[in-house]
Write a protein that binds this ligand. Structure first.
Ligand SMILES: [Zn+2]
Length: 143
């Protein structure tokens, strides 16, 4: 059963100056992986006037928010484990999930096994979920 409640994910918060009254705006932002996608959210609320904005989206996360999440929580590294590197299943999964051309598949698979792919935790959870659906074993490491 799929829960509709988002997990806490990775959050970041900071303060800005209010564009309306010049007082302090509390900003809270987060990125999570749930319902099979990466979701992001940024809320700005002034501590002294009615200024309030909320932005959110699914998929591509704004660069500024990604940088803050990475700086605060560190990168996550996804590697493929288990399956022999040259196996048909690995090659097909890498081609289908990463969308790399046939000539690049072997190199991409080797990179996934050795260095891995680096991103935010939510992004790596999403990619890992796709690769697991394609039948691969993966590991996601943080810190
Ligand atoms: Zn204000």
């Amino acid at each position: 059963m799929t829960s509709m409640v988002a997990p806490p994910g990775q959050a970041s918060s900071w303060r800005e100056r209010c564009p309306d009254c010049g007082e302090t705006v509390e900003v809270s932002a987060s990125q999570d992986f749930f319902l099979d996608e990466v979701h992001w959210h940024v809320q700005r609320q002034c501590t002294s006037c009615e200024f309030l904005t909320v932005a959110c989206g699914v998929g591509e996360t704004p660069d500024e928010l990604r940088r803050l999440i990475l700086a605060e929580h560190g990168p996550a590294v996804l590697t493929i484990t288990g399956e022999p590197l040259g196996s048909l299943r690995t090659m097909k999964a890498v081609r289908d999930v990463l969308g790399v051309p046939f000539s690049e598949v072997r190199r991409s698979a080797e990179r996934l096994r050795s260095d891995g792919v680096v991103g935010t935790l939510a992004e790596m959870e999403r990619l890992g979920s796709r690769l697991e659906d394609a039948g691969l074993e993966i590991a996601v490491a943080t810190g």
